[in-house]
Design a protein around this ligand. Structure first.
Ligand SMILES: O=C(O)[C@H]1O[C@H](OP(=O)(O)OP(=O)(O)OC[C@H]2O[C@@H](n3ccc(=O)[nH]c3=O)[C@H](O)[C@@H]2O)[C@H](O)[C@@H](O)[C@@H]1O
Length: 261
């Protein structure tokens, strides 16, 4: 009797142990997301969030409010206006624009509602006349500025109204010495501007001229301009054109020298 007991299941058992995976439902993940959103009014909250964000970006198109220094010399901070500068300064700025620095304009390329990323900028000679006005302008448009100046002819008072602003730093330093800084742009305005000043230390003046190449490349390297892709603006003087017959000199006036050879 016992020998006749045969396990019936063995007849239906597959002969091989091969594994067959579950069939894949192609829309499973999509339907799961839709179900998730429809539950507990989550979709409603998403729409409310979008509506609030749209409202904020419409009411406040740019979120980068310029820093207004407590004792700023300028009461009008118009983002792309330079009308409050003296004529000669305007000419310097407009030539800087032509050199490509205008591309950092905060207002021209930033889409509505997006905050412009401030640049890190070194201004050598930033405590001088031209430099300090440039610093005001850069700070006003939201950049971080490091002034490097040895106060040879410049004055701390020219930049004092920025003290306490986290976007401003002042370093007393002679630009002929190396300085390691990571920045996006370098405006090199440190220079004794008149014979009275550059005759004060004729040896250093001569050395500076001899070192000019070093000074520029040194600054470029010191400020890691090459590595971080920083732009470099070197300012000069209209005196390079020789004794001028016109004043003020226009960009079209070449004086006694053809600057392009
Ligand atoms: O050409 C012009 O239109 C202007 O030139 C100069 O203005 P600027 O070139 O800014 O000369 P400074 O005011 O003397 O500024 C030069 C700055 O460089 C600094 N500097 C100079 C030499 C140096 O080796 N290192 C250095 O940091 C000085 O301390 C100073 O802060 C005159 O000061 C202005 O009156 C004139 O209008």
């Amino acid at each position: 009797m016992g020998s006749e007991l045969i396990y019936r299941g063995s007849e239906t058992q597959p002969s091989s142990d091969s594994y067959s995976p579950k069939p894949v439902k192609p829309w499973a993940s999509v339907t799961r997301i839709i179900h998730y959103l429809l539950r507990e009014q989550r979709l409603l909250f998403v729409f409310v969030g979008i509506a609030i964000a749209t409202l904020i970006f419409t009411v406040f198109p740019t979120s980068s409010a310029p820093y207004v220094a407590p004792h700023s010399r300028f009461t009008t901070l118009i983002p792309d206006s330079i009308t409050y500068f003296p004529i000669e300064t305007q000419q310097k700025f407009s030539s800087a624009h032509r050199l490509g620095f205008g591309s950092a304009n905060p207002t021209s390329k930033i889409p509505l509602g997006l905050k412009r990323k401030g640049l890190r900028i070194v201004v050598t000679g930033g405590a001088g006349f031209v430099g300090s006005h440039l610093v005001d302008r850069l700070i006003a448009r939201g950049d971080s500025v490091i002034v490097v100046d040895n106060f040879f002819t410049g004055r701390k008072q020219n930049v004092m109204h920025h003290f306490g602003n986290p976007n401003f730093e002042l370093i007393r330093h002679d630009v002929v010495e190396p300085l390691l800084l990571e920045v996006d742009q370098i405006y090199h305005l440190a220079c004794p501007a008149s014979p009275v000043h550059y005759k004060f230390n004729p040896v250093k003046t001569i050395i500076s001229f001899i070192l000019l190449q070093n000074l520029i490349t040194g600054l470029l390297q010191a400020c890691l301009a090459k590595r971080v892709g920083a732009r470099f603006l070197l300012t000069s003087t209209s005196e390079v054109y020789g004794d001028p017959l016109q004043h003020p000199q226009k960009e079209t006036y070449w004086g006694n020298v053809n600057p392009i050879g």
